[in-house]
Design a protein around this ligand. Structure first.
Ligand code: ADP
Ligand code: MG
Length: 698
């Protein structure tokens, strides 16, 4: 039967339509006002909303509610309470109050706080975020919330994101008002997060300790065919994958997540899902939900969805593209150049603000995407390099050049693309051509930040972009605020000119994968922070602490706590990987190798006992594998000893550096020898599925 998608869409969301239906008019208005202007919500309004929400939730099969929040673990957290409330005679009613809607008190002591709670209250509380709609999942009403300590220190990713959106709104509005756009009273940041992922068969997955514990394969010889033919990209969907994507779309649509595009990615078994963009806060919530639903729906299809940044060696890993722009309350996209970019003063200011922001805070941009998993991608010629730069495209670069040099900008005649087939229409070439190697690319009316890892929350990078752009706009405002309206255009021209000279070093339209770029970037004075332990210390430099504290995004102690958590997380990840690799090598791989060499030895012996066989080939193989066994054993012992050393290092930054320099290379060395040996090992001897099976069996 045909499904009615418009009816299905958002059917599990307490959205505007439901609110209008269910709430008394004055309550609805009060709530809208709170959502729009971030004003305080009165308790009687909250009570009324709670009743409507509960009724709607129960009608839709819910029995429980939960405050849903995003602690610094990287996952979301929830604790379910049922609506039941006892009355007399052992009976119950279904109850939900405004107080329960607005505030929760989860036992927060087990969430990471990076030392914040050593000095502050042990408890934390969750506070309703009415700007992100409540929804129903698995019979529970989910209420999006922020998570704070009792002293108001943020313990989550949503609080600073909301703060950064507000700051950007304030600064952008100030500039727009100055330019005469007096009807603009707020701006919202818009985000569209394209999500990459892998699918593997669940029965195969269950046999791989590494996938189960670390999300990536720590061992595995490369298959004879990888992604070199690029035949998977945009290829036809296999029926099992197609069925999965179909189901996934429906589950997301029910939750009001506008999943729009789906296709195969470059690597075998890799896919992508892109939603239609939304306000940053909602986009962040939706991306978290998307990742969760992706995993859940996979289970139903006996698949496992891998969100790790680098599940397989030798083929592309997964990332996330964070499309970002700003829209006014009057519905103007501030990064839309219009028809004549050179004339568009407003666009140029905002474009320049982004360029300035990225140039001055490239270190923060880099660290906002730093994680153990993502270190395998950045700079590995499959994702952008670790050097942050901006791609503008030829036309915009020419516009900026002409401003800088005081020459007149002549708009290029739009190039007609010849498609070669006369039945196809001719179309005008998109003036911003594609550049897949750029970390931060202008794509026509938005920027696409491409360094994000696939598993991470998109909150962090957006907090940085919002805050850095707000800072740039605030500086521009200072430069322009005393300008008379009739001089404005000239002043803006001069300001843009000054800014170009200062920040053009961050603009790079070439191929980011080349060695020449690495050298050139160094000459330009751009940072190349190749690993997480290299990047994280930038969080606590004076320049960056000043940025965040002056805009009220983080307090100094919030910054230190986050820095600590990120470092710890890095160390823990590598620690678990080292332990898992040791486990797999000693209990799976070496015994398999032993079994095979034993059978080889027996075979040689047997053959020699029945006649004059030289057994040269077998002896050679036996020797090779016996040597591998010895090397692997020795390397495994070294890994174990070094892991013990790592555990003893007290200072977290020192420990992180040690994990990066020593443990990672121990693991790589061990893997190289084991993978070479695996090439000679019959698959039947391997107690877990190899790359061929994992990547090509669906
Ligand atoms: P492509 O990457 O092929 O150019 P689109 O331009 O359609 O595809 O969009 C890619 C992603 O960017 C989508 O998730 C889309 O919703 C998002 N996007 C489009 N416009 C904006 C915007 N103004 N702000 C934020 N994201 C946007
Ligand atoms: Mg993209």
């Amino acid at each position: 039967m045909e499904k009615n998608i418009p009816e299905l869409y958002g059917s599990l969301v307490f959205n505007d339509k439901i609110m209008r239906e269910k709430l008394p008019k004055d309550i609805y208005k009060a709530l809208r006002k709170t959502i729009k202007n971030n004003t305080h919500l009165e308790l009687d309004v909250a009570n009324s909303v709670a009743v409507a929400m509960k009724e709607w939730a129960i009608e839709n099969g819910a029995t429980h509610f939960t405050h849903w929040f995003q602690p610094m673990t990287g996952f979301t957290a929830e604790k379910h309470d049922s609506f039941i409330s006892p009355i007399e005679n052992g009976e119950i009613i279904m109850d939900f109050s405004g107080k329960e809607l607005v505030k929760g008190e989860p036992d927060a002591s087990s969430f990471p706080s990076g030392g914040l709670r050593a000095t502050f209250e042990a408890r934390g509380y969750t506070a309703w975020d009415p700007t992100s709609p409540a929804f129903i999942k698995d019979g529970t009403l989910y209420i999006p919330t922020a998570f704070c300590s009792y002293n108001g220190e943020a313990l989550d990713k949503k609080t600073p994101l909301l703060r950064s959106m507000e700051t950007l709104s304030k600064e952008a509005t100030k500039i727009l008002n100055l330019l005469g756009q007096t009807e603009v009273t707020s701006i919202s940041t818009t985000v569209g997060a394209e999500q990459e992922y892998f699918l593997v068969d669940k029965d195969l997955y269950k046999k791989r300790t590494d996938l189960i514990f670390t999300g990536r394969t720590l061992l595995g010889a490369k298959p004879p065919k990888g992604q070199e033919m690029e035949d998977h990209y945009f290829g036809a969907l296999k029926p099992r994958v197609s069925a999965y994507m179909h189901d996934l779309d429906e589950e997301l649509w029910k939750l009001g997540i506008p999943a729009k595009t789906k296709h195969n990615e470059v690597a075998p078994a890799q896919h992508e899902l892109a939603p239609i963009f939304d306000t940053a806060n909602i986009a962040v919530d939706h991306n978290q939900l998307t990742m969760e639903i992706m995993k859940k729906v996979a289970e139903k299809h006996n698949l496992v969805c891998l969100l790790h940044e680098k599940p397989f060696d030798g083929i592309n890993g997964s990332g996330k593209h964070n499309n970002w722009s700003m829209t006014t309350n009057t519905d103007v996209n501030l990064l839309d150049p219009g028809h004549t970019p050179a004339e568009n003063t407003q666009f140029l200011i905002f474009l320049m603000a982004v360029i300035k922001a990225v140039d001055e805070y490239s270190d923060l941009m880099r660290l906002s995407v730093a994680s153990a998993g993502n270190d395998h991608r950045l700079g590995a010629n499959e994702a952008p390099p670790a050097i942050v730069s901006i791609f503008l495209g030829d036309e915009l670069t020419a516009v900026l050049d002409s401003i800088e040099n005081g020459t007149f900008f002549q708009e290029q005649k739009k190039i007609q693309m010849e498609t070669g087939a006369s039945v196809l229409p001719h179309f005008t070439k998109d003036t911003t051509d594609r550049n897949r190697t750029s970390p931060f690319a202008f794509t026509g009316n938005k920027f696409e930040f491409r360094m994000l890892g696939s598993s991470a929350s998109v909150a962090g990078p957006n907090i940085v972009i919002n805050t850095a752009v707000a800072e740039a706009l605030a500086r521009f405002y200072d430069e322009l605020k005393d300008t008379k309206p009739e001089d404005m255009e000239n002043e803006v021209h001069e300001l843009v000119k000054r800014a170009i000279v200062k920040h053009k070093k961050v603009i790079f339209n070439g191929n980011g994968y080349t060695d020449e770029w690495v050298k050139e970037a160094e000459n330009r004075g751009l940072l190349n922070l190749t690993s997480t332990p290299d990047a994280l210390p930038c969080f606590i430099t004076k320049k960056n602490i000043d940025l965040f504290t002056s805009h009220g995004i983080y307090t100094e102690s919030e910054i230190y706590s986050r820095y600590e958590i990120l470092l710890e997380n890095y160390c823990k990840t590598l620690h678990i990987e080292a332990k898992t690799l040791k486990d797999m090598v000693t209990t799976d791989f070496l015994p398999a190798l032993m079994k095979y060499t034993d059978s080889l030895a027996q075979s040689i012996q047997l053959k020699k006992s029945i006649g004059d066989f030289a057994c040269n080939a077998q002896t050679k193989l036996l020797k090779t594998l016996a040597e591998s066994y010895e090397s692997i054993y020795t390397l495994e012992e070294k890994l174990e000893a070094d892991t013990a050393t790592a555990e003893g290092i007290q200072d977290t930054l020192e420990a992180a550096k040690y994990y990066q320099s020593t443990i990672l290379s121990d693991m790589e060395e061990l893997r190289t020898v084991a993978d070479k040996a695996e090439e000679y090992l019959p698959a039947s001897f391997l107690p877990y599925p190899n790359y061929k099976e994992l990547l090509f069996s669906i």
